[in-house]
Every structure is written in C-alpha cells, then in structure tokens.
Design a protein around this ligand. Structure first.
Ligand code: SAM
Length: 217
C-alpha cells in the first residue's frame, strides 16, 4: 500500500505537475484516488505509469496526465453538477467526485459499468451515479450540467451536450477522426452563445453511438 502511495506521488510530481498542471485541487485528488484499484489486478504494477492501460472490452483507462488536463480544464470549485460520458474504469469519475458536488457518468458497455460501480463503491465513491446508456444523448433528466467531460473521441460535438450545459458551464471533449483528435473546451456564455477553445492534440478510443461513430466502422 505504501509503495502505491509513493508511486502515486511520483506520478503527480513527474507526469502531472512537471508538465504544467497547477490546479491544487486536481493534484490533491490525484494523490488521493488509488488508481491501481481501477485496473485489472495483473496490471496493478503499471497503474502509475505514464500511459493509458487496457481495461477490457477494447477500452482504456486514460493516461494520468490526460485525466489531469481534462479535470483542470473544467475549473471546478466544488459545488458543481458534472456529467462524464465514458465511465470506463471509473477512475476519472472518482477524481471528479472529489472536485465537484454531484457526478453523473454514462457508459455503453455493461461489463465496464458493472465493474466501475463495484470499484467506486469499494473506494468510497458511492455518490457517483452511473447509467448504462448511449451517452451521445447526454443525460436529459439530470440537465443542466455545470460541466460535461467526454472521455471518448467524437466525430463532432453532439447537439445534446450543448443544450444540456448550464450558462457559464463548459464542455471538454476530444473531437476529430477515429484515431486522433483535438481536445476542445466549449463554454456556454449565453442562451445561444458558445466560446470554443482548442486545448491540445489527443488520442481517445471512439465515442460510439447515435451521435458518435458507428460501432462497425
Ligand atoms: N473515463 C474512463 C476512465 O477513467 O477509465 C476512460 C474512458 S475510455 C477512454 C472511453 C469510454 O467511453 C469507454 O469505456 C467506452 O465504452 C465509453 N464510450 C464510448 N462511446 C460511448 C457512448 N456513446 N456512451 C457512453 N460511453 C461510451
């Protein structure tokens, strides 16, 4: 356990702080969440490496640095209601749970949603709400959201995300082709007014669904 805590501190110092992530709340959250619990037991020893890792079902847990950049980009203060699309392992949802008030997370693959639920409960993050659904429609019943974080690459920004953002809220989403994307931050500044920023290049697994990629492509 102590070794994991040491590995976690090194991860935060060498992969996250050293590359310019400054939000102390994000750094503290990454020091707290036991990332090794969110990967398969056989990969525990690699959990704090500077890389994404497979989590089964051809999906991945994102690289720690990417989790940090996306979390920082949301500029959360603690009182927000956040939607994550792509629960995967549940790791990013756990980080969000420490940064915001309420977290809603959508996953389309049943086995991943089930495992994430179990791990999140085991780590004390029962307050994260997970729903099995095509997340390209957002989560209409729970909207509006102060922040929406999409952890899979979209061909374009689904309209529902823009509609489900609170005014003043922001959406962080990788947009591009199936193998590489640009991480975009879109802030809703008025009823029909949005500001767009390109944050960095990135590579995510595809967002698959009605307003995303087709599964078979
Ligand atoms: N946030 C995750 C974590 O911390 O482990 C990593 C997410 S992984 C890079 C992308 C996830 O998005 C996969 O679990 C995939 O099944 C999911 N996904 C893809 N398309 C989706 C959709 N339309 N709705 C919900 N989840 C989707």
């Amino acid at each position: 356990m102590r070794d994991f805590a040491i590995a976690r501190r090194r991860m935060v110092e060498e992969q996250v702080s050293a590359r310019g992530v400054k939000d102390k709340r994000v750094l503290d959250a990454m020091l707290k969440v036991p990332r090794h619990k969110f990967v398969e037991e056989a990969l525990e020893g690699k959990a704090y490496q500077d890389a994404p890792l497979p989590i089964g079902e051809k999906q991945t847990i994102s690289q720690p640095y990417m989790v940090a950049v996306m979390s920082e980009a949301l500029a959360l203060k603690g009182s927000e209601k956040v939607l994550e699309v792509g629960t995967g392992s549940g790791y990013q949802a756990a980080i969000l749970a420490l940064l915001a008030d309420r977290v809603f997370s959508l996953e389309r693959i049943p086995a991943l949603a089930r495992r994430a639920r179990k791990v999140l409960d085991g780590c004390g993050f029962s307050k994260v709400n997970i729903r099995l659904a095509d997340g390209t429609h957002g989560w209409q019943d729970m909207a509006p959201f102060d922040a929406i974080l999409v952890t899979a690459g979209a061909p374009e920004v689904p309209r529902d995300y823009l509609d489900q953002l609170a005014i003043g809220g922001c959406l962080v989403i990788p947009v591009g082709d199936r193998s590489s994307q640009v991480l975009m931050r879109i802030t809703r500044i008025g009823e029909q007014e949005y500001r767009e920023e390109q944050l960095m290049g990135c590579r995510f697994v595809p967002l698959i669904g009605n307003h995303g990629w087709h599964e078979s492509a």
